[in-house]
Ligand binder design. Structure first.
Ligand SMILES: [Zn+2]
Length: 421
């Protein structure tokens, strides 16, 4: 991965986008799948998704971008830079939504980027690097478009049916991609100088603290285990308390220990037991075995391992104490994707230039930027979500908050352009 230098200077000139035009367009895009309650129903590969992509394609062309669809079905646009030897700086997000979702998730990142292109053109400001704009396909159905760029989609997944009723393979065809040629989509992005994404927070931290800009430290990794506790099933009436090997008592103690462990270690890690099955599960039988899930999330995979090591230590103690046995079986892994430190500082600098307060924070939700972090240095900007609501019609970010986020995105883009390469 290339090294990224960031201009520490305030970029000249300090540009601002046309917030009224941008927010009118965000409302306009709701003509494709907008619902009367202010939400949007625009699942990937649906007619609404196709209509919205066509509309966005037009806006991209008007802004002066060369536009194409890559083999993976992502909508891509590019603006030449002044230095033909430099790799592109990429920006982007997605315009598909969850079923009956909100109108801001993803959309502000795509339309904000187009508004940036228009502003640069209007100001006659040419970037040194080419500027690449991605509208990734099927983010909400599993980040398909961005994961195809890094070769992270196993073949069976192409035949999975999506919320649109189409399989991913059929969907890619509908978008103008080439399902027979997906190996070519790996590496289709080529070398990139950086990837930047503006997104709504989808949590309530920024709103609660009254801070307009979140400097995303990265997307947290996730690991999940099935934990099985084996004790002894026995009669609940005739077995004295001292002679029991109650698997549920042992499991309960570990559930508490999981919570204590995650709280006792410094850092932002979170750990959850979310599902419990008790066997045999009868009022008059001492539980013989319990199976539950353990999920740990953190910005660093080592951090996750640290939590599970400590939890396993506690399990050994509890097992000795209760005459039970604990078994941990991993079943899910999603790699953490830290953002680039240079780009975090770039976001902070861009926010400071505009007089906007900012705070560093992890992203608990997945984003296309998570895939792109495998290809190049990645940076993300968050703007507040009202009441932390997302994936629902009540999802809302005020126009001036969106405009501020796009201005910051443009600032970090300019700093990257001036500093890198
Ligand atoms: Zn999103």
């Amino acid at each position: 991965m290339n090294r990224l230098a960031m201009s520490a200077r305030r970029p000249s000139p300090l540009l601002r986008v046309d917030g009224a035009r941008l927010n009118a367009e965000i409302e306009s895009l709701r003509r494709f799948g907008g619902t009367p309650d202010g939400g949007t129903h625009r699942v990937a590969y649906s007619d609404e998704d196709l209509g919205a992509r066509e509309w966005v394609t037009e806006r991209m062309r008007e802004a002066g971008l060369r536009v194409w669809v890559d083999p993976a079905g992502n909508l891509v646009g590019e603006l030449d830079g002044t230095d033909p030897d430099l790799p592109p700086i990429a920006v982007g997000s997605h315009i598909d939504t969850v079923p009956f979702g909100g109108s801001y998730d993803g959309t502000i990142g795509v339309l904000g980027a187009i508004e940036i292109v228009r502003t640069l053109q209007a100001e006659g400001h040419r970037l040194r690097h080419p500027l690449r704009l991605y509208t990734f396909q099927n983010e909400e159905g599993g980040k398909t478009g961005s994961r195809l760029l890094i070769g992270a989609v196993p073949p069976f997944e192409l035949d999975v049916q999506t919320a649109s009723g189409f399989t991913i393979r059929e969907g890619i065809e509908r978008l103008g991609g080439v399902p027979e040629d997906l190996s070519r989509s790996e590496g289709a992005a080529g070398e990139l100088a950086a990837f930047l994404e503006l997104h709504i927070e989808q949590g309530a931290t920024l709103e609660r603290r009254g801070i307009p800009i979140g400097v995303v430290e990265g997307i947290v990794g996730i690991r999940r285990w099935f934990v099985t506790v084996t004790g002894e099933k026995n009669h609940a009436g005739t077995t004295p308390m001292a002679q029991r090997r109650d698997a549920l008592v042992a499991a309960s103690r570990l559930v508490v220990a999981v919570n204590e462990t995650a709280r006792s270690i410094e850092g932002g890690q979170v750990a959850t037991v979310g599902q419990v099955d008790v066997d045999p599960g009868a009022p008059n039988v001492i539980p013989g075995s319990v199976r539950f899930t353990l999920e740990v999330r953190d910005l660093s995979m080592d951090g996750i391992q640290g939590v599970v090591d400590a939890v396993q230590g506690r399990a050994d103690e509890i097992g000795r104490d209760t005459g039970t046995l604990f078994d941990f079986e991993p079943f899910y892994l999603s790699e953490a994707a830290p953002s680039s430190e240079a780009l975090r500082q770039g976001v902070e600098g861009a926010a400071a230039d505009l007089g906007l307060s900012h705070v560093r924070m992890p992203s608990g939700a997945g984003h296309d930027a998570q895939s792109m972090a495998k290809l190049c240095p990645m940076g993300m900007v968050f703007v507040p979500s009202r009441a932390g609501i997302s994936h629902a019609p009540d999802e809302y970010t005020a126009p001036e908050q969106i405009t501020a986020g796009v201005d910051v995105l443009m600032g970090v883009l300019l700093r990257t352009d001036e500093g890198a390469g």
